[in-house]
Design a protein around this ligand. Sequence first.
Ligand SMILES: [Zn+2]
Length: 68
Amino acid sequence: MDKKAMREETERLIREAMERKSVTIKTGDTRIEARCGKCGAPNKISAPKGSSRVKFDCKECGQSQVTL
Ligand SMILES: [Zn+2]
């Protein structure tokens, strides 16, 4: 596979992932599992539909951060 084909394949996968995401968002709040950047503890967050970046405070260390 040459570089151009690889880039096209990547773009196709991103497009498909975004389409799947938009379907999930329509069903209501999305649940995100985010790992704390400070202590590494997993945090389950309920995000309002339409938002991809969600602010949360780590339940272990209290560090305020934004999901990736
Ligand atoms: Zn933490």
